[in-house]
Design a protein around this ligand. Structure first.
Ligand SMILES: [Zn+2]
Length: 491
């Protein structure tokens, strides 16, 4: 009776609930660093974007980057947080070769913003609100490379002092898949806000995940472990799954969980504790003496707030309302701000009877030619011209994709001329259609008799035969009409 869940054949961990909270570090999209004028660009030669401030040389004084503060406030407003007119900077001490000052400037007791939330489409629980505890501003550390020089560690300080926000989430997530959905929703909002490029490859978005498990239905929070520096959404999900399973197995053996910092090895899929000496629980925070309290004027805050774009949730709701789209359909065309802009332009340009029809052309036809799921590889005016050929009955619905494919390859050509060159123009000449109908009726007397006798599906067969004779080019509506008329005359 007390066999582990896996041994009973059920899902591993049945009877347990997973509790996850994420801390997300996001690099702000600024030209320069947080407290100096050095370039914040990624990928420059090592140690070329450095100065006394970001190298922590004695006597150098930090000056906050106003644009970074603006982007941080923008992120906070966009995620529904309260941005405080007064906050302060603090020093967080730890010793590491890529931290030249021996401390990082961050915000501790009085952060920039607190208490927001993000609604997440959970794969398990539907729409769930996930609390955001705080968003604060800080500077990044440099970067250590253990594989550049044999037997030595190389340090690049170009990243030292680059502006970050840390987005601290509440432990409101209940599964690894839900954590991944939260990150996707968060990234989408940040991209809409244009505060970061959110490139995980370049380290502009990094995730620390706190995870614990507890008996399902319990409200207690058990000891958690933190998995540091996860650099892809896939790794987050895999690492959380491995850590969850490790904790459940320990409890089911009658053991306990010790609070540890873990790392994830993507090659083996394992989570391992970091060496104890790398764990530092006491950062000896104290107020940054070189920076006065950060005071944001009400007018400045109001201006930042007023500049927010329409965000994904609001946009989805509006598109559903305005164009009669289903939630899933609205989600497809709001994947990025650029894509939703293209969709709305296309609705107008296509002359579609309604938004739903325009969505069908856009999502099913146009989007299938997009390499990145976002960029439509031909001007929308030209795509609309192709759609208008369908609407005018000049080409069949099924001919749209082949025509678009050719238009993508030959950017300048006229849609109708291309349709003609490809032999896609429909034959709507009644003489030609009547001729094919007569041929088909003569060739299939048995089917004609059964169709007249009431076997309706044979009508479709006869239509198909006419289409075949026209090599697919006959206007299907005219074929239907001509065939109906011919069968009635014969009857
Ligand atoms: Zn610098």
């Amino acid at each position: 009776m007390s066999a582990p869940a896996a041994a009973r054949g059920g899902a591993p961990g049945r009877g347990w609930e997973t509790v996850v909270g994420l801390e997300v570090h996001v690099q702000l999209l600024t030209r320069t660093k947080m407290f100096c004028a050095c370039s914040a660009a990624f990928g420059d030669p090592p140690n070329t974007n450095v100065c006394p401030v970001c190298l922590g040389l004695p006597g150098a004084l930090p000056v906050p980057n106003e644009h970074a503060l603006r982007l941080a406030a923008r992120a906070a407003f966009g995620l529904g947080l309260t941005v405080h007119p007064r906050s302060s900077f603090a020093r967080k001490h730890y010793f590491y070769p890529d931290l030249p000052k021996g401390y990082q400037i961050t915000q501790h007791r009085a952060p920039l913003s607190t208490r927001g939330r993000l609604e997440v489409a959970s794969p398990d629980r539907g729409a769930v609100p996930v609390g955001i505890t705080r968003i604060h501003v800080e500077e990044d550390a440099g970067k250590s490379f253990h594989d550049k020089v044999p037997g030595m560690t190389a340090v690049d300080f170009n990243r030292s002092g680059v502006p970050l926000i840390e987005i601290v989430g509440e432990p409101d997530l209940r599964s690894p898949a839900e954590a991944r959905a939260y990150l996707a929703a968060l990234k989408q909002v940040l991209l809409y806000l244009e505060v970061s490029d959110c490139s995980m490859e370049e380290g502009s978005l990094r995730v620390d995940a706190n995870v614990s498990v507890r008996p399902a239905g319990s409200a207690e929070l058990r000891t958690r472990c933190e998995i540091k520096n996860l650099n892809s959404f896939g790794h987050v999900e895999r690492a959380l799954t491995a850590e969850r399973d490790r904790q459940i197995a320990a409890y089911e053996r009658g053991g306990t969980i010790e609070q540890r910092t873990m790392t994830f090895d993507a090659a083996t899929g394992e989570v391992r504790p970091v060496r104890a000496k790398e764990e530092s629980h006491d950062y000896r925070y104290f107020p940054e003496p070189d920076l006065p309290p950060l005071v944001l004027e009400p007018e400045w805050l109001a201006e930042v707030r007023a500049s927010l774009p329409e965000l994904p949730a609001a946009k989805r709701a509006r598109l559903e309302r305005q164009y009669g789209l289903a939630a899933r359909e609205a989600a497809v065309v709001t994947a990025t701000a650029a894509l939703s802009g293209s969709f709305e332009s296309f609705v107008t340009l296509s002359g579609a009877a309604n938004g739903k029809e325009a969505w069908n052309w856009f999502a099913n036809d146009l989007l299938s030619f997009s390499a990145d799921g976002e960029t439509i590889p031909l001007p929308l005016e030209r795509a609309a011209a192709a759609v208008k050929l369908v609407q005018a009955g000049k080409i069949g619905r099924q001919s749209l994709k082949p025509l678009l494919a050719r238009m993508v390859e030959t950017p300048a050509a006229d849609a109708e001329a291309l349709a003609q060159a490809l032999g896609l123009l429909q034959v709507s000449d009644s003489g030609a259609i009547d001729g094919w109908v007569r041929e088909v009726l003569a060739a299939h007397p048995g089917e004609v008799a059964r169709c007249k006798g009431g076997e309706k599906k044979l009508f479709d067969f006869l239509v198909g035969q006419v289409m075949k004779r026209s090599k697919g080019r006959a206007d299907a509506r005219l074929v239907n009409a001509a065939l109906t008329a011919a069968l009635e005359i014969q009857g």
